[in-house]
Design a protein around this ligand. Structure first.
Ligand SMILES: O=P(O)(O)OC[C@H]1O[C@H](O[C@H]2O[C@H](CO)[C@@H](O)[C@H](O)[C@H]2O)[C@H](O)[C@@H](O)[C@@H]1O
Length: 241
């Protein structure tokens, strides 16, 4: 899959937008040429485009040892110190509930209860809700056996997609054809952006029919890989004619 993504990214600007922390996604993927947007789009980094105005707070530039410049955009930066305190608190609050796994996604926290006994689910939810009630700038969303604590800044994967298209100078251009592939409920916000804009391909990955904003589907990661390999090959053929 890494080779397939690498091939695509050599011909088309490529981004990975995830609920996980940006660092974790980078460690999975390990490709330098790709934009990474972690924490549901609240932590974006990638090769610095030209003509960007930095504010040194939410949007700044960093350089690596080889002199390559990267942009870092973190719209929830003001929430970071509170999230770090909430991470400690949620661990304390759930330490006596067997099976809870807390995942630090930097700008969001995931409280996994997949391995918690059915009768204890309510306790997990109660502890998380109580903590969030004391932190008005945050809210909780539900995923697949996971509660996610997020800053309430009105920013999701769809906003991250729009931000990337804008920053790269691709928004509202008739020469651009964005493709977004995802399998999570949180990917629906990004499908909606493409669907509402009437541009590109929103593609859901699912082996069963689902209610979705996506217009196309692939059944599983193998089909995603085959699709990306063909896209990479098509990019190679067209760029080398
Ligand atoms: O935005 P994504 O890259 O699709 O990430 C969404 C969540 O992925 C991870 O959770 C998922 O995998 C867990 C097992 O590794 C599973 O227990 C959970 O039900 C899945 O949703 C990740 O741990 C979460 O933080 C992400 O939000």
């Amino acid at each position: 899959m890494r080779t397939a993504v690498d091939d695509v990214s050599n011909h088309f600007p490529t981004a990975i937008i995830s609920g996980r922390s940006r660092e974790k996604v980078f460690n999975f993927v390990k490709l330098k040429n790709v934009y990474y947007s972690g924490s549901h789009g609240m932590d974006t980094m990638g090769p610095a485009p030209k003509n960007v105005s930095y504010d040194d707070k939410y949007l700044h530039k960093i350089s690596d040892n080889e002199g390559n410049d990267f942009i870092v955009f973190q719209p929830a930066r003001d929430f970071l110190s509170t999230i770090e305190k909430m991470l400690i608190e949620v661990k304390e609050r759930t330490q006596n509930i067997k099976g809870v796994v807390i995942e630090d996604n930097r700008f969001c926290l995931s409280v996994h209860y997949r391995h918690v006994k059915d009768e204890d689910y309510g306790r997990v939810e109660e502890e998380v809700e109580l903590m969030v009630a004391n932190n008005p700038g945050f809210h909780v969303t539900k995923g697949n056996k996971v509660l996610e604590i997020r800053p309430s800044i009105g920013w999701n994967k769809g906003d991250a997609l729009k931000y990337l298209l804008d920053t790269l100078g691709f928004h509202n251009s008739s020469h651009v054809f964005p493709i977004y592939i995802g399998d999570d409920t949180t990917d629906e916000d990004a499908f909606k952006v493409l669907r509402d804009g009437g541009e590109g391909y929103p593609i859901i990955v699912s082996s069963t029919p689902k209610e979705t904003m996506a217009l196309h589907s692939l059944r599983n990661p193998s089909e995603v890989q085959a699709f990306l390999m063909r896209l990479g090959r098509w990019g190679f053929d067209n760029h080398n004619q």
